[in-house]
Structures are given as structure tokens and as C-alpha cells.
Design a protein around this ligand. Structure first.
Ligand SMILES: *Cc1c(COP(=O)(O)O)cnc(C)c1O
Length: 397
């Protein structure tokens, strides 16, 4: 007996794999500092937790409407209006079990067998597997480091052919932290409109933007782009609610309906009391978020300076999310003892074995020359980790 082809072609999430390896070493008593994590290190704010407790105590523990409760949809509609100048109706909003689930549903309903999906590299790890699960063909297009890891309108135009169905955009980006400007999105938007492409715009890091940059949703640039775009967002990253599993989409009504129907036969409604808590997250006190943003900026600036001071490491200054994505290709051909470094995985393995720091090799995101370091960890650990990395790089020959 064999597993289905669908199952055989899935690769496990490489970011989770590194984290698991680091955790295993920690469990064995080793002092490993992990820069592999993909979630904020802050606790969920108390006022959000309190809402969930109240909901539980009041018996809000049963099935809800498949696409989410009305009050949460209203809160989401308000968020889109205030933050993104986008007007949606309740039948355009679908709440799912995390933004990853929203993406899954969306790709399932938009992508047919054999459709091409344009995916700028470096890409977040789950997009490519989700495209393949839908029978689609990932069309990888390099978003050049020299352009801040952002796809240009010309590069997009060149990647389009009659089989192209969909483009996936992620700003601010995981893994690079790149934030597209309005001007860059307008240029991409023109090409998208010319070719009538569907766009999935993953805006999960919307609230984590720095240096007076502003997040712009491509859906807000024109009525036509709004009709072509599915906006993905959620509470995981902005409100330190990764474990609560609430994500949401805003989409044209037909897409939202199809996603709801799919969800009705798979997971049904997202967790009832987590939905209630998400209303508080979106409409309640935003001070914990503001404090988190301030702390992230401090850490980013410190880590960036440390990395760029290491000979051979070159790192762009990212405008958002909580990752740095330095280029480490200058170390290819060097070795530590009998371990030669020829790619991003070798580099990450040497760092884990020698410096006891965990990073994610760029190949997990489709590019070999870089590694991803998350700064969603304490300043103390960042300092210690940077010291160790610096020492290790110095002994490479
Ligand atoms: C974390 C992340 C998600 C998933 O968020 P969840 O709501 O926790 O499922 C989606 N997209 C990107 C780019 C992410 O980094």
C-alpha cells in the first residue's frame, strides 16, 4: 500500500525542523540559542486573554458560523477600513484557523491543476507546498537582493504566460523583512491589472513595520485590484497569538463563498472563544503592540550592526517583520576542521555545531546565499548569540 501522490510530495516545514533540532539539543542540556523561531517572544496581552476566559465562563464553547461570528467580522471590516482604506461587506470576510489555514483555503479555491503561480523568491516556506497540494505549478521568480528582495514590475511581466493564474505577495516579508512601497505596488498593480491575475496578498506582518514606513495593501490601490486580490491577515504576529489559531481573509464574494464552503467540510468554524479574544485584539488597547514594535526596532538595529561588523557578512536593513536575512556566500569554500561550507545548510550546521546557535538556511526559502535570523528573542540572547557567531566565523579557514 502506498500513500497518495499528494502526501508523498509534501516536504516537512524546514523552519520547524531546525527549531526542533535546536530544542532537542536544549533538552539534552546543551546551551543553544535559537534564532530560528517564527513567533513573537512576548506573551499574549492580558486583556485579550481575559476576553477568552470570560467567553469560556459564559459558555461560549459551541459551534459558531463557519466563516466566523458576526461581531468578529465587523471588527475585521473596521480594521480594513481604518488601516487600509478598504471597504468590505460581511460576505467577503472569512475567519479561519490561522492565516496559514486562510492561505490554504484560498489557494485550494483559486488554483487548478496545472495553473502557474508566481512566487517571488525568497518565499515563505508554506506557499510552495500549498501550491503543489492544489496541483499548481510554482513559478519561482528571484526578487533580487540588490533590489531589497522586492520583485519589480518588469520581472513580474516577464514571468507571466497564458498559464499564469495567481501571484503571491508578502509584505512585510518573511524571511527578508522587505516592505514594498506604494510606488512599487502601483507598478506591480498595473501589470496585474493588464493580465487579470489573481493576487494573494499576505499581510500578516502589517503591524510590524519600522522607520516611519507605512504598510500599503495592494488591494487598496484601485477597485480593479481590490476585485483581483485576496488579502490575508491574522492576529498571530501582531498580538502574540500564534497558538490561538485565528487568521482571516477579505476577498471578492465568490471567492469568500467558495472558501467558506471548503472550510465547512474540513475544519468548520475556528475556535469559538479564540474568535471572541480576537475582537478584543483588533479593537482593544494597542499599547502592547506599540511596545513590542519599539523593542523589535532596538533588537533589529543592534543585530544588524553586529552582523554587518562581521567580516564576510552583508545584511540589508529590513523595514518590517522580525527577521534579518544576511548574505553569507563569502564563506562558501571555507571550512571548520574537515567540515566544508558550500551552501546555506552547511553554514547553518556549522553555526549549530560550533557556536550553538540555530538559524534557518536560506535554501528553506528558495535561495542559497543567505540565512534567516529571527530577533524575536531577548536582547541578552541576541548579544550572546552574536558574540558566538562572530567567534565562530573568525576560525573558519
Ligand atoms: C506566521 C506566518 C503566517 C501564518 O500565520 P498563522 O496565523 O499563525 O497561521 C502566514 N504567512 C507568513 C508569511 C507568516 O510568517
Amino acid at each position: 500500500m502506498e500513500l497518495a501522490k499528494r502526501a508523498r510530495q509534501i516536504s516537512p516545514s524546514p523552519t520547524l525542523a531546525i527549531d526542533a533540532q535546536a530544542k532537542k539539543m536544549q533538552a539534552e542540556g546543551m546551551d543553544v540559542i535559537s534564532f530560528g523561531v517564527g513567533e513573537p517572544d512576548f506573551d499574549t496581552p492580558e486583556h485579550i486573554k481575559a476576553t477568552a476566559v470570560e467567553a469560556l465562563n459564559s459558555g461560549f464553547t459551541k459551534y459558531t458560523a463557519v466563516a466566523g461570528i458576526d461581531a468578529l467580522k465587523e471588527a475585521i471590516i473596521r480594521k480594513f477600513k481604518e488601516d487600509n482604506q478598504l471597504e468590505y461587506q460581511p460576505n467577503q470576510i472569512v475567519v479561519s484557523s490561522g492565516a496559514k489555514h486562510s492561505l490554504y483555503n484560498c489557494i485550494q479555491v483559486l488554483c487548478d491543476e496545472g495553473d502557474e503561480v508566481i512566487l517571488p523568491t525568497p518565499y515563505w516556506v508554506s506557499y510552495i507546498e500549498q501550491i503543489k497540494l492544489a496541483g499548481g505549478i510554482p513559478k519561482l521568480v528571484e526578487a533580487k537582493e540588490s533590489n531589497g528582495f522586492k520583485l519589480t514590475a518588469d520581472e513580474l511581466r516577464q514571468a507571466i504566460n497564458p498559464k499564469t493564474k495567481l501571484l503571491i505577495l508578502n509584505s512585510p516579508s518573511n524571511p527578508t523583512g522587505a516592505v514594498y512601497t506604494r510606488k512599487e505596488l502601483v507598478a506591480l498593480g498595473k501589470v496585474i491589472e493588464e493580465h487579470n491575475l489573481w493576487v494573494i496578498s499576505d499581510e500578516i506582518y502589517e503591524k510590524l513595520v519600522y522607520d516611519n514606513l507605512t504598510h500599503v495593501s495592494i488591494a487598496s490601490l484601485s477597485p480593479k485590484l481590490k476585485d483581483l486580490t485576496v488579502v490575508i491577515n491574522g492576529v498571530s504576529k501582531a498580538y502574540s497569538m500564534t497558538g490561538w489559531r485565528i487568521g482571516y481573509t477579505a476577498a471578492p464574494p465568490a471567492v469568500a463563498k467558495a472558501m467558506t464552503d471548503l472550510q465547512s467540510h474540513s475544519t468548520s468554524n475556528p475556535t469559538s472563544f479564540a474568535q471572541k479574544a480576537s475582537i478584543t485584539a483588533l479593537l482593544g488597547d494597542q499599547e502592547p503592540l506599540n511596545l513590542m514594535v519599539k523593542e523589535f526596532v532596538k533588537r533589529r538595529d543592534y543585530m544588524l550592526e553586529r552582523l554587518n561588523s562581521m567580516s564576510g557578512v552583508i545584511c540589508n536593513k529590513p523595514g518590517g517583520a522580525f527577521y534579518l536575512y544576511p548574505n553569507i556566500s563569502a564563506f562558501f569554500g571555507k571550512s571548520l576542521g574537515d567540515r566544508e561550507i558550500n551552501n546555506s545548510t552547511d553554514f547553518a550546521e556549522v553555526l549549530l555545531a560550533e557556536a550553538r546557535i540555530a538559524v534557518v538556511p536560506g535554501i528553506a526559502f528558495g535561495n542559497e546565499e543567505n540565512i534567516r535570523l529571527s530577533y524575536a528573542t531577548s536582547m541578552e540572547k541576541i548579544k550572546e548569540g552574536m558574540d558566538r557567531m562572530e567567534l565562530t566565523l573568525k576560525i573558519l579557514k
